[in-house]
Design a protein around this ligand. Structure first.
Ligand SMILES: Nc1nc2c(ncn2[C@@H]2O[C@H](COP(=O)(O)OP(=O)(O)OP(=O)(O)O)[C@@H](O)[C@H]2O)c(=O)[nH]1
Ligand SMILES: [Mg+2]
Length: 323
């Protein structure tokens, strides 16, 4: 593939402009761009580079970007190279948050060891997971030590990001009294660390109360084999005054180290890889099959049949009989 060798080489050398270009190609839906992306990813595969991938999610305005900037600056200060990817799963959201993310991460974006990639404006349905996965891999291949993936929590985006990262952090606001703020149990179950944000000034007391509620709720969850004693864990942080940020990093690092030692890191990545493979094959097969108008029509008819109460297995058999 023309140009792919050069692009892959530049990405591997840590060239930021090449990395940005490679991510843009990975975000594209054009067939020729897709071909270059796959060639680049293939050349970079097996490079042995592994960043610590951390997913961060939470309700709009909970303080994700402010946290990522303060936290990221702390890591850059330790000499780590930090990449930040913003994922916006809902195409209905305005561009406001994207601009907001940029301005709120001004200091981090100027740091020499940092790379910030806002989410693309429009999102082709279903393409978010692939795009995010490939952007993470490209950052990793470019030599970043830490890849932070910020996503707005809209129910399914959290589990999607958790399925692409090594550690998943759920951020909640210091909402005094509003019992657990409607955070769904399934999302708490995928969190490795739960951070109550804005634990400063007037909000400090509310944050401590909220912390108590979440700590109690986490204790009620069933233990997970990939966790050492005491995890998942709830903590209070302030991106404004910096309190709790170092402690949060310490806990995340300890958890990552424990999982590496026990083989959970590798097992999780392998499981994530095979799940992504299955999804890619499934989506690819479906696209190939429905390129035939007769199959596409049979699928549409089957969908209508199932929507009207028909049996999915029976309807699927009818579609597959056309293949
Ligand atoms: N007091 C206090 N305010 C904070 C803190 N962190 C963020 N904020 C404020 O909370 C608001 C939202 O912060 P963001 O970091 O943009 O929140 P976000 O979760 O990234 O928001 P979206 O990306 O729009 O979902 C801003 O007005 C911040 O100044 C904090 O640690 N303390
Ligand atoms: Mg944000």
């Amino acid at each position: 593939m023309e140009g792919a060798d050069e692009l892959a080489g530049a990405v591997a050398a840590g060239d930021r402009r090449a990395l940005a270009r490679a991510i843009t190609l990975a975000e594209s839906t054009r067939g020729d761009h897709r071909a270059v992306t796959l060639a680049v990813l293939e050349r970079l595969a097996g490079d042995g580079r592994q960043a610590l991938r951390i997913g961060l999610s939470g309700a709009p305005g909970v303080g994700k970007s402010t946290f990522v900037e303060a936290f990221g600056l702390g890591r850059v200060g330790e000499g780590l190279r930090v990449a930040v990817l913003a994922v916006d799963p809902s195409s209905v959201r305005s561009g406001g948050s994207i601009l907001g993310d940029k301005t709120r991460m001004e200091r981090l974006s100027r740091a020499p060891g940092a790379f910030i990639r806002p989410s693309p404006n429009r999102t082709a349905l279903g393409g978010v997971a692939r795009r995010t996965r490939e952007a993470i891999r490209l950052c990793e291949a470019a030599g970043f030590d830490l890849v932070l993936v910020e996503t707005v929590g809209v129910g399914q985006s959290e589990t999607m990001v958790a399925g692409l990262t090594d550690l998943f952090v759920l951020l909640v606001g210091p909402g005094a009294g509003d019992e657990l703020q409607g955070v769904k149990r399934g999302i708490m179950e995928v969190a490795d660390l739960l951070l109550v944000t804005k634990a400063d000034g007037d909000l400090a007391a509310a944050a401590q109360r909220t912390l108590g509620e979440y700590a109690g709720a986490l204790r009620l969850l069933r233990g997970r084999p990939q966790d050492p004693e005491g995890y998942p864990l709830a903590m209070a942080v302030s991106a404004l005054d910096g309190s709790g940020l170092e402690a949060a990093w310490e806990r995340l690092r300890a958890l990552a180290a424990w999982r590496r030692e026990r083989g959970w890191w590798a097992r999780t990545r392998a499981a994530q890889g095979t799940a992504a493979l299955a999804e890619e094959v499934r989506a690819g097969l479906l696209a190939r099959l429905t390129a035939d108008p007769a199959v596409a029509a049979a699928l549409a008819a089957a969908e209508a049949e199932v929507a009207a109460g028909g049996d999915p297995g029976v309807a699927a058999a009818r579609v597959l009989a056309r293949v």
